[in-house]
Design a binder for this molecule. Structure first.
Ligand code: CP
Length: 324
């Protein structure tokens, strides 16, 4: 089946999911991000790569890190950025999603960055936009959060180098996590030595065997000798029914404390996609401690999103140019 994310020459046109993308392309995203990281550290934090392009942030769900770093990344590339406030848009007057897109497209935009509560929403939009428009998934339901996964890969590579010798434990609410799914695909594609998921049975998907990760229910066994600990937020907004006795009990059984972190390798790094819930999935002393790279992840998100947006629009004409 044709991967709609790639053109006939194998170039990135949309970035909707990590699943099915070749290793070379993921490595190219990381290498391109590396080249942009120098731009972000300069006093004039801009390159003219996307000058004259218009990028629209379309967020149907709350976000702090993703929306802001997409906006900063687009501005660093010299693009014009519009943030649509969906809550005050004409969708509240009954306009359909597709009609909204057609109207925004008529304003000659070049890219939509989309966050939506429904799995598959970004893919649906990519199937309906004009050929000159790129779509980047900024998180769809439980399905995928590909730029988060790539900024996590970038952070791991910066701290640890090669993926091949690494053991990585992803701890917490795997069932509702689009981040965990994208991370597992990315880690396996990049050749990580061992990927573990550590969670109670109620927070694992039924098809956990097909995820491509070793499953642990005991946190102490799951953390033993790992190089990277990724802890996840309990996605209460996606939970139906009581999957846990209480947050307190969850913390007692699965919270990342200093004592538990001592089971990992002494140089292990601790990651979290954010937002963090202190005292629920992570102890403050760990979140703010010397092994935490949580805020580095946020910073790295700018360079990685610059890489993804520039690659998706590379060599692509405007609406008028595509027709000629
Ligand atoms: N990691 C992440 O997606 O955070 P936001 O919800 O703040 O964008």
């Amino acid at each position: 089946m044709k991967n709609i994310q790639l053109d006939d020459a194998g170039r990135l046109r949309h970035f909707l999911t990590v699943e099915g993308l070749p290793r070379e392309l993921l490595e190219r995203i990381l290498d391109t991000a590396e080249s942009f990281s120098g731009v972000i550290e300069k006093s004039v934090k801009k390159v003219p790569l996307l000058r004259g392009r218009t990028i629209i942030n379309l967020f149907f769900e709350p976000s702090t890190r993703t929306r802001t770093t997409f906006e900063l990344a687009a501005k660093r590339l010299s693009a014009d950025v519009l943030n649509i406030n969906v809550a005050t848009s004409a969708t509240t007057k009954g306009e359909s999603l597709l009609d909204m897109l057609r109207n925004l497209q008529a304003m000659q935009c070049d890219m939509f960055v989309v966050r939506h509560g429904d799995s598959g929403a970004a893919h649906f939009i990519a199937q309906h936009v004009a050929p000159h428009v790129g779509v980047v998934n900024a998180g769809d339901g439980r399905h995928a959060h590909p730029t988060q996964a790539m900024l996590d890969m970038y952070t791991i590579r910066r701290h640890k180098g090669d993926f091949e010798p690494l053991r990585i434990a992803i701890v917490g609410d795997i069932l509702h996590s689009r981040v965990a799914r994208s991370q597992i695909h990315a880690l396996n594609t990049l050749g990580a030595g061992e990927v573990r998921v550590v969670a109670p049975r109620t927070l694992l998907p039924r098809d956990v065997g097909s995820l491509g990760a070793h499953v642990y229910h005991d946190i102490r066994q799951g953390l033993r000798d790992v190089d990277v600990v990724i802890t996840l937020r309990l996605q209460k907004e996606r939970m139906q029914g009581a999957l846990l006795p209480s947050e307190h009990e969850y913390y007692q059984l699965y919270g990342i404390s200093q004592e538990r972190l001592a089971l990992a390798r002494p140089d292990a790094i601790v990651m979290h996609p954010g937002p963090i819930n202190r005292g629920v999935e992570i102890e403050s002393a760990v979140a703010d401690g010397p092994q935490s790279v949580i805020l580095n992840q946020v910073t790295n998100g700018i360079a990685v999103r610059m890489a993804v947006m520039s690659m998706c629009l590379e060599g692509r004409g405007t609406a008028a140019e595509e027709l000629t």
